[in-house]
Design a protein around this ligand. Sequence first.
Ligand code: NAG
Ligand code: NAG
Ligand code: NAG
Ligand code: NAG
Ligand code: NAG
Ligand code: NAG
Ligand code: NAG
Ligand code: NAG
Ligand code: NAG
Ligand code: NAG
Ligand code: ZN
Ligand code: ZN
Length: 458
Amino acid sequence: MCCNILPRVSCLLLWISFAAGDVGYFWHVTDLHYDHTYWTSRLSCLEPVPKPGKYGDYWCDSPWALVQDSIASMANITADVDFILWTGDSVAHIADANLTLNLNLEIVANITETLNTSFPQVPVYASLGNHDFYPSNQADYNQSEIYDQVSEMWENWISNQTQVEQFRQGGYYVARIAPKLRLLALNTNLYYTNNKLTANVSDPAGQMAWLDDQLKDARSKGDKVIVTGHIPPSVLTPGLADWFYPKHKTQFVDILLQNSDVIVASLFGHDHSDGFKIIQDETGSRAVTQFTAPSVTPWTFRTASKTADPHNPGIRLVTYDRNTGLHLGYEQYYINLTDSNRNGRTAWTRLYSFTEAYNVSDMSVASLRKIFSLMASDKGTVYSNKYCTYSVVSNYPINCTEAARADIYCGGLHYDLQEAQDCKHKYLASLNGASGLSLNVFVVTGVILVKISAFILQ
Ligand SMILES: *[C@@H]1O[C@H](CO)[C@@H](O)[C@H](O)[C@H]1NC(C)=O
Ligand SMILES: *[C@@H]1O[C@H](CO)[C@@H](O)[C@H](O)[C@H]1NC(C)=O
Ligand SMILES: *[C@@H]1O[C@H](CO)[C@@H](O)[C@H](O)[C@H]1NC(C)=O
Ligand SMILES: *[C@@H]1O[C@H](CO)[C@@H](O)[C@H](O)[C@H]1NC(C)=O
Ligand SMILES: *[C@@H]1O[C@H](CO)[C@@H](O)[C@H](O)[C@H]1NC(C)=O
Ligand SMILES: *[C@@H]1O[C@H](CO)[C@@H](O)[C@H](O)[C@H]1NC(C)=O
Ligand SMILES: *[C@@H]1O[C@H](CO)[C@@H](O)[C@H](O)[C@H]1NC(C)=O
Ligand SMILES: *[C@@H]1O[C@H](CO)[C@@H](O)[C@H](O)[C@H]1NC(C)=O
Ligand SMILES: *[C@@H]1O[C@H](CO)[C@@H](O)[C@H](O)[C@H]1NC(C)=O
Ligand SMILES: *[C@@H]1O[C@H](CO)[C@@H](O)[C@H](O)[C@H]1NC(C)=O
Ligand SMILES: [Zn+2]
Ligand SMILES: [Zn+2]
């Protein structure tokens, strides 16, 4: 059809690029958490650090050298990307008493400028994180100074004035990244259990209604959608914890699942841990993938007993099909912080490729189902150990504990915390050797539903 209006050669090229798949790249960078006191009082550090390293310390947020180096290294590895996804948390883990709104805004502005300097031609689709707000976590459900000021910093990236105005109203917007592909940059801090402003607001900032409208509108126009934001809706794994208020979580996940046919992926930060999950209904017939990219900051949440595995800074390069939006894979890059500090320079290296490491062809729901079903059949010894090792952005193999394996598997298939916990009990019971128990894989109408039949216990 196009050959009637276009010259033959361009028609042929158009056809070839369509048939071959039109492949694009984007960087996903998140949770830089710049500690502006790193060289003085080190207010973010979880324990005293007498000899701070040039690029940071495992128990502190990032010095400027790490922020600067990670962004410059993204451009050095490849500047030829369609866009950059930057999912928030620029400010360090420092008490409100030692921060101000103006300081937080200055930090967001400095990182905005650093990204713009390294990638002058590339749009950045950015979201705020819970630590960017002042006081911390208090994302407003109506206009506020942070939305006003940040909308000015980001307006050339957002580019559409209607959407800049949308950001000013609630900290979220939509961007068109290809003719048939939209990216939603959401403000999920509105649903965070540490946000006192929104606890009793049924649809803070009208984002739920807007999200539903966007997804329905995309369907009616034949568009696909990438959903992004800072805080993910699913449970944290390993660890099994909820980030959203229960009512907001139910409402939000329902909207995603009702429109799962138009969503190609959902991408978040906040966990400071590399992970992936399927958000799905009971039958598995409606499902959306959720990927969390690891943080640049090495800072990790530690339990009361002060235990946690140290983790390295990471940046992620994602490959996608510009026509269908299908996420084809990603390359996870990292530095080992100890080695970087010892050498006085960084050497960002590919840690793993998603498709190679997990032996799948893309980042679709079907591929994640294949991974989780293998986790069940090998009882987690191979794939869960990879997941555990990569979750701390390391190439030093970490064997998952049984509890971590259960979390990865159950949190990976159940977005609901109670269901994930029930699944975990059954999973652990089945590992603990009661005879006659097994992990079965059922195939139901082409959808592999992995179920643990551990409850045939007396
Ligand atoms: C850029 O990458 C090359 C390898 O492709 C490496 O040799 C060089 O050191 C890097 N430069 C910087 C400034 O990171
Ligand atoms: C941090 O805030 C506390 C409480 O206001 C204050 O006592 C302390 O001096 C501050 N520390 C720094 C380094 O600003
Ligand atoms: C932000 O950048 C300006 C200009 O380089 C610098 O003077 C200021 O100290 C930076 N702010 C912080 C908090 O590091
Ligand atoms: C937001 O504030 C404006 C005026 O500041 C007000 O007109 C509007 O009703 C508020 N919206 C919500 C959802 O509270
Ligand atoms: C990036 O830098 C250019 C050139 O200085 C400027 O025009 C543009 O507004 C900047 N964009 C952002 C988002 O900071
Ligand atoms: C800007 O966004 C609005 C609302 O989504 C849309 O109607 C309009 O076409 C967009 N403008 C441009 C220039 O893309
Ligand atoms: C939310 O509403 C409940 C019940 O009305 C009330 O007890 C609680 O204090 C409210 N929370 C906030 C943060 O306003
Ligand atoms: C990878 O998956 C394919 C099927 O998709 C299978 O044939 C092959 O054996 C797998 N390779 C490994 C190393 O598991
Ligand atoms: C970093 O490398 C050192 C060896 O230089 C190794 O002992 C350590 O486990 C690595 N740390 C992480 C978190 O990968
Ligand atoms: C992990 O487990 C395997 C198999 O049980 C074992 O061979 C290996 O030494 C363990 N590795 C670590 C780092 O504990
Ligand atoms: Zn964070
Ligand atoms: Zn966060």
